[in-house]
Design a binder for this molecule. Structure first.
Ligand code: S3P
Length: 174
């Protein structure tokens, strides 16, 4: 078994729910890096973006990831941009098995619009409209998700239970 299981992928791919389900199947703990960050800094991510910009958020995100990557027997859900910094990618790869939950732009966009709390919680990342933002950022991020991941799970048409089961099967076989 790996030391930890680390979930990466774009917003809306279900990382947090899958982390919880997978941890309960493994009998491990789970942690969501964004929730941990908001608790540690006692503020909402959206507010950090408003006050310090994305750069301020990325600094805090790296501090949090360095802490979480020292744990053992955790399923760790990361924020969608956690793979942007090379130092984070190295850290994540060294902490356990990294799994990319993959969806295409249409599926991601459909999930984001169907989640009414999404736009309140999630700060805009570009000045593009939502659907275009997903496409633009996926073009940049997909190569980074791919190069960081040990395993890819295509979540198209799958619910979080199915994704958790698929991950379990794949890590047991790995
Ligand atoms: C971000 C995704 C968010 C959060 C922050 C930035 C991104 O995490 O870390 O708003 O750059 O894609 P989720 O993927 O959990 O929504």
């Amino acid at each position: 078994m790996p030391r930890n299981v680390i979930l990466i992928g774009y917003r809306g791919t279900g990382k947090t729910t899958v982390a919880r389900l997978l941890a309960s199947r493994l009998g491990w703990n789970w942690i969501d890096a964004d929730q941990f960050l908001e608790t540690k800094y006692a503020t909402a991510i959206r507010r950090i973006f408003e006050q310090e910009g994305e750069a301020g958020f990325r600094e805090k995100e790296s501090v949090v990831l360095a802490d979480l990557c020292q744990r053992e027997r955790h399923v760790i859900a990361t924020g969608g941009g956690a793979i942007l910094r090379e130092a984070n990618r190295v850290l994540l790869k060294g902490a356990g098995i990294v799994i990319w939950i993959r969806l295409d732009a249409d599926a991601i966009w459909a999930r984001l619009v169907s989640d009414p709390s999404s736009s309140e919680r999630r700060p805009p990342l570009t000045d593009k409209n939502g659907r275009e933002e997903v496409e633009e950022l996926l073009a940049i991020r997909e190569p980074l998700y791919r190069s960081t991941a040990d395993l890819e799970i295509d979540a198209t048409g799958l619910g979080p239970e199915d994704v958790a089961k698929e991950i379990l099967t794949r890590i047991q076989a790995a």
